[in-house]
Design a protein. Structure first.
Length: 314
């Protein structure tokens, strides 16, 4: 029998990078690499001037402080700059251990993070990472080249297989976003990779997530893309009778009768409300959302996402 392939958190870094280069990066080559700054980042980086709004200008470029002072709509005009710095904020908290299909959520997050780092590094641009897990928060300073990709991969794998002890009070993703807000001085491209599930369940699914405020501050100064990782079993309960379900973040366990139509309907309603809250929150702070699933390879969703952003920017 052939050996079962290793999961991303188990593969040696060089072997994982080669596999992703063959399976993912090669398929994206030619479509994405030549135009990745315009798709992921936008046309410009540094603020050059503020001018009056013209039909066709992007709403996200409106400078509201100048608009309030003058009484007329003004937009921020940026100038091109060759060098880009990208940052990966990767959430590997306990809820990312879940997965019922191709890979676990944390493995899908690792695949995307390595792919994004390789795309940036292959253009000679800098990329850094902030990885948050139960073991704490770890940072890989921004750097360039293939060696930098390997450093990020090693930190991701280390955090994936580290202690499962619960972090101190507070939402890990909120803490990572607050840290990066304090750290970044120049405008950057930031990927926030997470399942966006709270470390503590809110009273209602409509409650504003704790990470919303620091993410909004980040999006005001930087180009931010939210990358949500989900699993099909989170969206639709498998009909398998009674199950003992454990919340990986809190450790709380409950028995659930998955064959009860009322339970299944309540779960669908909860998922729908949670999805609407996430999308409404991201839209309010003008952050685009890339959806990835543990059931599918990451290439197709990335291609669809880039095509959608290209269409918006035309």
């Amino acid at each position: 029998m052939p050996e079962k392939p290793l999961h991303p958190v188990q593969e040696p870094p060089i072997q994982l990078l080669r596999r992703l280069e063959f399976k993912v990066l090669r398929r994206l080559d030619g479509f994405l690499f030549g135009d990745y700054t315009g798709v992921f980042y936008g046309p410009s980086l540094d603020l050059a001037e503020v001018r009056e709004y013209q039909p066709g200008d992007e709403v996200r470029r409106i400078d509201w402080s100048v608009t309030a002072r003058t009484g007329k709509l003004h937009v921020r005009q940026y100038r091109e700059e060759r060098e880009i710095t990208a940052w990966l904020i990767v959430d590997l908290s306990a809820s990312m251990d879940f997965g019922t299909r191709r890979v676990l959520k944390r493995e899908a997050a690792l695949e995307f993070a390595v792919t994004a780092a390789a795309i940036v590094a292959r253009h000679g641009d800098k990329v850094g990472a902030v990885v948050v897990s139960e073991a704490g928060m770890r940072t890989v300073p921004a750097g360039t080249g293939r060696r930098q990709i390997v450093k990020i991969m090693q930190q991701l794998q280390k955090s994936s297989t580290g202690s499962r002890l619960r972090t101190p009070a507070g939402d890990p993703l909120e803490q990572a976003l607050s840290f990066i807000n304090r750290t970044l001085k120049r405008r950057a491209l930031v990927f926030v990779v997470s399942d966006f599930l709270p470390s503590e369940m809110p009273l209602t699914p409509q409650a504003v997530p704790p990470w919303a405020k620091p993410l909004g501050r980040l999006a005001y100064r930087h180009e931010v893309i939210a990358v949500r990782i989900s699993d099909p079993a989170e969206r639709e309960l498998p009909q398998v009778g009674e199950l003992r379900v454990r919340d990986p973040e809190s450790g709380q366990e409950v028995w659930v009768n998955t064959s009860d139509p009322r339970v299944r309907a309540a779960h669908r309603a909860l998922v729908k409300e949670r999805d609407e809250t996430l999308k409404r929150t991201l839209q309010s702070i003008r952050v685009d959302l890339l959806e990835l699933s543990t059931a599918r390879e990451i290439v197709e969703p990335i291609l669809k996402f880039t095509l959608r952003r290209k269409g918006v920017r035309r």
